[in-house]
Structures are given as structure tokens and as C-alpha cells.
Design a protein around this ligand. Structure first.
Ligand SMILES: [Zn+2]
Ligand SMILES: [Zn+2]
Length: 346
């Protein structure tokens, strides 16, 4: 079968012919029908955060079950499934509390083990979640990371009805964070990005106010839009150091008692200093992907037509074009929000 792998650091993906994985008793073999290309894959292709190589990447995927191990009971051959990329033990403290994303024995598909940029993938049966017939594979794929990471971040921010949220970054996660903030009843959503075309997309996803920090002072806009009280939730999805500093400031209110929550989602790779003065009763959280229950909730909302990801997939490619898709992420090509590999050909 064909698989897009990183074999040497820093030279991107190569398309290799590899063995179809053999499944164990608890596993299923899934034929991948759609695999999303995520910002994390850009890091991998540049040689950052790499596991031992070679590795097949891809952690947003959906497909059809082709083989089922004898111990698997929840899915059968022919089922359409979304794949949860977090493999957890099910028995540690965090798993027992429903936070499998914090599992003490966690392994991530598409990083620690081979992922979805391939014709077939082997995953534990309980990582394959059956999807309704009306949920397209590409929706299910995106739901596995970009959409669910945003859902988790908005959930833990504690955003309540009529609250004001500011979202830094309008990429795959940031756009869906704006969507979920609206879905969860935000009174006002402010989106921030350096690229105007991405801000236009943010408006389509539900942002009421958009800010380009190269043209406007973000904190002035926050002051104006919140009457000086600061935002209730600041969600940082870009990984920018400056954005996280602004997120902390945006959550501060004018009387130092009313402060919001700050959720850092984008990978912050450098240390930073924060001034907590004026952030009384505020909360600073670092969001870590999403849990299995949340993935299941979102798939249910999609099946019931409560949310649509119709505008989320803007480009379809073949496996052989994966390096182009990754470079497009780096150059922010206008109008391309999410790329999905839906043909496993060279
Ligand atoms: Zn991802
Ligand atoms: Zn566990």
C-alpha cells in the first residue's frame, strides 16, 4: 500500500510502498477515505517534534472498516468510522475521569504509531467511532483534530451565554473555535489574525469583529468592544508568543476583579513572562487536544445537522500532493482553510 512517510528529518514526506499492517485481536484495519492535513504536519515536515523515523503521519482520518480482530465488538466490516487518534489505557486516573487525552500510557496515532496518510491504518477497535450515513468522510476526518481541538478549548474556557470571546489565529483550529464560540452562545466573537483573507474566513465562521494587529491595536479593540471590561474568554490558537501576551491582557477588566479565562491552544515553543497583576480570579489554561467523549458529541451534532463543516474543506488532493498541501499551510494561501487527502494515489 502507499503511505506518506517522513524518513529523513527536514526533507518533507516521501510516498513509499509499504506492507499493509497486520491487525491484532483488539484492532481494526481501516481503509482511509479522507485524511486532513494539519498544522502539526507542517512542523513534522520541517523536522520538528519528530518521533523515531520512518513514520507515516496523519492524525485526522476517517474511512471504512475492512478487517476486524476477534475481540472487537463495537464495529464491524463495512462500517464508516471516524478515528480517534488518542490511544489510551482506559484504566488510569485520567481515563477513569473521562480525560483520555491525559492518559498516563497515552500513544498518539500519526506520531507514536503510523497514521492516516496511507491506504490503510491499523487502530484499536475502540478508537474507531461509527459515523452516521449523512456525515461525509471529510467532515469526520476534520472532526478528529481541528474541529475537536477547538471544541475542547472553547469548552474548558468556561464560556457562557452572551459572553465575549476573543480568538487569536484563524487557521484550522481558530476558525472552528469561532464557530463553537457562536454555537455555545457567545454574545460577541472577536477574531484576530495577521492575514486579511483568514479574517474574512473568520467572519464566515461566526466572528462579529475581526482585527488585524498589523493595522489595529488589538487591546484598543477589546476595550471598545467590551466597554473596558475585558473579554470573558481569550483563546490563543496561533502559537504566537505576542498573541498569548495579548490574550492575557485582553482578559483583564478595568476594575481588576472581573477577569476572564485564557486558554493557550497553539504550541508555545518558547518561554514567556506573564504579568498576572490585574488577573484576579482569572484562569490560565493550556488546552491539550480533546477527549473521546467530545469527539463523539461532535459527530452526533453533525449527524443531527446542528453544525455544518461544508465550508471547512476547501481543497482536495491526492496522497502524492501532501508536500504541496503542507507548504500551502506555511504560506497561508487565500481561500484554503483545510486540505483533505481523499485519493490515496501518487
Ligand atoms: Zn492536528
Ligand atoms: Zn489511561
Amino acid at each position: 500500500m502507499l503511505a506518506a512517510r517522513i524518513v529523513k528529518p527536514g526533507v518533507g514526506f516521501e510516498i513509499d510502498d509499504v506492507e499493509v499492517p497486520r491487525i491484532g485481536a483488539d484492532d481494526v484495519l481501516v481503509e482511509i477515505k479522507a485524511a486532513g492535513v494539519c498544522g502539526t504536519d507542517l512542523h513534522y515536515s520541517r523536522g520538528e517534534f519528530l518521533p523515531p523515523l520512518p513514520r507515516t503521519f496523519g492524525h485526522e482520518g476517517a474511512g471504512v472498516v475492512k478487517e476486524v480482530g476477534p475481540a472487537v465488538t463495537d464495529v464491524k466490516v463495512g462500517d464508516r468510522v471516524a478515528i480517534h487518534y488518542v490511544i489510551s489505557c482506559g484504566t488510569c486516573k485520567h481515563c477513569m475521569r473521562g480525560n483520555d487525552n491525559r492518559c498516563r500510557k497515552r500513544i498518539s496515532i500519526g506520531h507514536d504509531v503510523d497514521g492516516f496518510f496511507a491506504e490503510y491504518v491499523k487502530v484499536p477497535g475502540r478508537n474507531a467511532l461509527k459515523i452516521a450515513d449523512n456525515v461525509p468522510f471529510e467532515w469526520a476526518a476534520l472532526t478528529g483534530c481541528a474541529v475537536s481541538t477547538a471544541y475542547h478549548a472553547v469548552t474548558i474556557s468556561g464560556l457562557r451565554r452572551a459572553d465575549t470571546a476573543i480568538i487569536f489565529g484563524a487557521g484550522g483550529v481558530g476558525l472552528h473555535a469561532a464557530m463553537w464560540a457562536r454555537y455555545f452562545g457567545a454574545g460577541k466573537v472577536i477574531s484576530v489574525d495577521l492575514v486579511d483573507s483568514k479574517l474574512e474566513a473568520a467572519s464566515r465562521y461566526g466572528a462579529d469583529v475581526t482585527v488585524n494587529p498589523t493595522k489595529q491595536d488589538v487591546l484598543e479593540v477589546v476595550k471598545r468592544e467590551t466597554d473596558g471590561w475585558g473579554v470573558d474568554a481569550a483563546i490563543e490558537c496561533s502559537g504566537s508568543h505576542a498573541a498569548l501576551e495579548q490574550a492575557i491582557k485582553a482578559a483583564k477588566g478595568k476594575n481588576a476583579y472581573e477577569t476572564g479565562s485564557i486558554v493557550s491552544v497553539g504550541l508555545q515553543t518558547k518561554p514567556f513572562e506573564a504579568n498576572f497583576m490585574g488577573l484576579r480570579e482569572g484562569r490560565l489554561m493550556v488546552s491539550g487536544d480533546h477527549n473521546r467523549g467530545e469527539l463523539s458529541e461532535i459527530l452526533q451534532l453533525e449527524a443531527m445537522g446542528r453544525v455544518s463543516l461544508d465550508q471547512s474543506v476547501t481543497k482536495h488532493i491526492s496522497l502524492g500532493e501532501v508536500n504541496d498541501a503542507v507548504s500551502m499551510l506555511a504560506t497561508h494561501q487565500a481561500g484554503v482553510e483545510r486540505t483533505v487527502i481523499d485519493r490515496m494515489t501518487r
